[in-house]
Write a protein that binds this ligand. Sequence first.
Ligand code: GYE
Length: 326
Amino acid sequence: MLRRAFFRCVASVGALAMVGLGSAGAQEPPRLRPKEHYTVGFSQPGSASPWRRAQLDSIRAEAIKRGDQLIYTDAGGSADKQVADVNALIAQGVDLIFLAPRDEKLLIPAVMAAKSAGIPVILLDRTVNPSLAQAGRDYVTFIGSDFVEQGRRTAEALTKATNGNARIVQLEGLPGSSPANGRRKGFEDFIQAHRDMTLVASQPADFERAKGQQVTEALLRVHPDASAIFAHNDEMAIGAMTALEAVGRTPGKDVIVVSVDGTRTALQAIIDGKLLATVETNPRFGPVAFATMARYARGEPIEPWVVITDRFFDKTNAAQFLDSAY
Ligand code: GYE
């Protein structure tokens, strides 16, 4: 019954858009009426990592603090499920959707469906392909880190630590996700200018610890002379360090490892001398996400990208930040 009503609603939105009465072609995202309390949707691509758990905790805490109602969906690592989740949030008539799109392209239909239904979307932590959907037109804004800069900073640290001479294995994040694309670009652009910084292998391990371990095991067999690993996030770096130790190589000595995120485990690995450095990706989005929503409701102009500034953790400061890490 509910299901049928939901499909009817989606179908009619589609029909309206086709005859030009929908708002899919509008030049700006739907407005948000100022209200005392909102019902906000939060669509997460998955929740199985310390980063995702910290993000969810932060969003939840801020919703509670403001007395807003939060409807949370967990796509369990599936872009298709995430599109369905967003459609379900639309059907429930939420005031606004916070969306952390798993994939740069596959979530475009979800962004457009929300726009057609008159529900503003704020992208959190991952963005979408700018040739397919734009901030200030299709969605309100993207709140997140500068991924290219993160990749550049890890490359710079690695180059310094290895005196510009390394045979590097890159563990890429989830293919099609904006952090994987950006980190890769920033890193590769930087090392290209350094003759002896050689990328010997690059393979996705999807931001997952177990895959980071498996992929590293396989790549070490083919490239036993690898002297550095750049992992697109800390979880894969932890997996890589386990793989190194399993073949009797000492991370931090035989192979220099760098990564991104700044999890507690990563900071501990820095203190233990196994990880060179990690560029922060702060998952605590709650305050900035809800403050941006409030600004939008007040009719203030919103910048297309609310840039999160990231700290840099290495052996000079890891101990200092360990207790506050997630
Ligand atoms: O760095 C990674 C997670 O989208 C910024 O996704 C986020 C990234 C984060 O899986 O660990």
